[in-house]
Design a protein around this ligand. Sequence first.
Ligand code: ADP
Ligand code: MG
Length: 720
Amino acid sequence: MEDVLHRAPRQVDPPANKISEYFGTQVFNEDAMRMFLSEDAFLAVQQAIHKGERISRTMADQVASGMKEWAASKGATHYTHWFQPLTGLSAEKHDAFFEPIPGGRSIERFEGGMLVQQEPDASSFPSGGIRNTFEARGYTAWDPSSPAFIMGRTLCIPTIFISYTGDALDYKTPLLRALHTMDQAATEVCQYFDKEVTKVVATLGWEQEYFLVDKALYYARPDIMLTGRALFGHAPAKGQQLEDHYFGSIPERVQAFMREFETEALKLGIPVKTRHNEVAPNQFECAPVFEETNLAVDHNVLLMDLMEKVARKHDFRVLLHEKPYAGINGSGKHNNWSLATNTGINLLRPARTPKENLRFLTFFVNTIKAIHTHADILRASIASAGNDHRLGANEAPPAIISVFIGDELGRLLDELERDIKGRMSAEAKTEIKLNIGRIPQILRDNTDRNRTSPFAFTGNKFEFRAVGSSANCAAAMTALNTIVAAQLRAFKKDVDALIRKGTKKDEAILQVLREEIASSRPIRFEGNGYSEEWVKEAAKRGLSNIKDTPRALDVWVRKEVKSLYAELGVLTSKEVDARHEIELHSYTLRIQIESRVCGDLAQNHIVPTAINYQNRLIENVRGLRELFGAEKARKTSATQIRLLEEISDHIHEVMELSERMLEARKKANEIEDSRKKAIAYCDEVRPFLDQIRYHSDKLELLIDDELWPLPKLRELLFVR
Ligand code: ADP
Ligand code: MG
């Protein structure tokens, strides 16, 4: 403990120059491409990035050669295809550029084929049954829209991961498909307002929360090491309330860590801006400037990886789990989302003229409508064993999906809904124009932010707050962009139908928006999302409140969801089934591991310690009796006896519950069907974790601190 308390911060010399001088130096970005590629090769890559055009084999050879030269100039000796399998982590397989040639010499080789396609040993990545063992293996394919970068001495090439039959085996493939569909759908709708718009990209700005814990304490907690969260531990007597006077400044050791990982992130082109507000003790946050969604997703995955690597150098471990410590604020990853046109317009930013604001309203209302129609898809996209601890746990967004837009915008939508009825009179039109014109004013005055809403409009973007801290943003972003694209298509169809019948364009748009405002009303909620009343109110409104992962994932077997994903070209029915299977399996595994670790610790650490202390007390009572005689000792040892009784009860409970949990696990393991198995783990196994913890935490309070084998939460949280 002493050592831990007095660890000196690792001294890292920050690069002397300005950030602009080292930002993106490890990235094969436009500047590097201009320098290392021929004019033709440069143009080919640009066309691939911006227009999705294919790169020919000869061009690929040229690009590979330029990339190799650039990488070598940065000291890279290896290369890897970098991809995001459905395990939630990034994966890589390193190959050396080096190749021996006859005559005992060697060359550095990297050709187009190696850049464009690779065949990793895919058998260990989950495929949800898509890739049977007799089938061909999966392969990775270059994604030119995310630039290559160098980590350590390895050139990393962002890729997608698919089976030989073309089925998606990763997070990025459906994301790219969803973004493509969104581009098409949003561009078409933009054409109502501005013919110049030929491309729309979804933007993403994530905010990553995480905890830091000292290495030594981490190693002394097998539960945290193996499951990412503390399965035991009484909340400190004063948890977050302490923050007022405890957290004036970030300790030097943490600052040194942050500086180093931010510098490394900046070199990799991740636009992190220094910002670390602490929420809970030892909890921090990092938020870069928003980017195009595909790149932002890659950058988040890269940053999580980088954080862990740099933390090790500082004798810290990073906890990305959604709820490392019960009773203390959990971690999320807010996804700020908007749409931007090739003409530089943020479609969710209210503008100056009524005409521009009609465009804003179109995207604003269609987003709300999409959330209303497809709330369950969004809910499923953020479901995980870890996130179950946050959602609906009266802390951070509830499991009920709703949209917050603020009272003022809410009133405006209400007025619009009322005004636009039938064919419009001249006065009504003026009224509407006035109303729409008021939007920017309203927003300027309206700064209140409802922190309890899972999906909130924050002035010029929506913020999806229910995403888990350890999640790959691609899952949520695929879902969100898919459902909004679907809604925009439906909107366009309705508006076009009205126009064909002779309604003027603006009026047709307003008509359809009005219907959408009316029908999506139940999803709008401005009140306290953590309250009991909201749960009741939401039920009355017919909104879903899906409390656990296995049930949230049920959305993937719905016929209409499958056809929606297939129609929009995001996931085929087979791919949806595979994902469902993988996520159920991963849920079961997580709970299974937690349950095993909990059982082990209870029986090997906690109960023996309790018995040990029990023996001391028995010794003590016996001593008192010897000393004072049975009669007098009855009084002097009363406290010890009471303690003994309490401890014995808790020991009994811990042992008994552990036995029963083991039985429940055995029964669940016999189930073949993966959905039923996940539900058995959720309903029959998981509750024991909390019950065992309850008794163990009582023991922690009763037993001599010196004997307690696990570092306590107060140490994990406050030592830094
Ligand atoms: P705060 O919510 O703390 O006031 P901001 O509103 O500036 O901070 O932004 C929060 C996050 O939203 C940042 O990560 C930022 O990059 C992101 N963001 C801002 N504008 C957009 C946008 N148009 N699209 C996506 N993300 C955005
Ligand atoms: Mg936020």
